[in-house]
Write a protein that binds this ligand. Sequence first.
Ligand code: MN
Length: 237
Amino acid sequence: MSLPVIGITIGYDPRRGQLHALRQDYVRAVEKAGGLPVVLAPVAEPLIAPMLDLLRGLILSGGSDVDPALYGEPPHPKLGHVVRERDDFELALTRQALARDLPILAICRGHQVLNVAMGGTLVQDIESEWSGGGAHDFDSRRDRWLRAHEVRMLPGSRIREILGKDTVGVNSFHHQAIKKLGRGLVASALSSDDRIVEAVEQPSAGFVLGVQWHPESFWSQRDGFQPLFEALVRASG
Ligand code: MN
């Protein structure tokens, strides 16, 4: 049996010259779960279908804020840097992957991209737009496997089944969050303190799951989130 090829989107920031960037944790987590990771740089729209032909599964990775124009809202003063080239690529990639029912694990920014691709909207700044919002935007230079807050998974959800417990501690490196859910998505985990949507899934799909935290940061830790990557690889087999 051939290894399931799992594509991982990659960051691109024009302010940093010609460099694409991806934390190696994504690659290691997929490798450890038994998949063959390949990184996907943004390409022009006509190349997206042939790119998807090569893949059996997809990870939408973390990164900068999504341009709010893409969900029809004006920019908030606290909006971070946006990279429209990456947004356009990932939205088209996600919509085409959904149309093919390709297994998708969407992480942090990816969880937000998935929601926007399905017609949802975002809270552009938790601190100023979500009343009672706790701390979610921890310094990204701290050890990335440190748990920052608890999330509660909904009974009967796929993520509850995969992780096998009702609550779990997660890391947190985000100042944005899901506001209105995309069509066909359901919230499957909420932050225990402030009810931020920390995970989503598409019940009608084979495997479409988003998490607001960074499960890949735990790949080398005991008791981390490898079951999420193993479930993606299994669904992509
Ligand atoms: Mn969080």
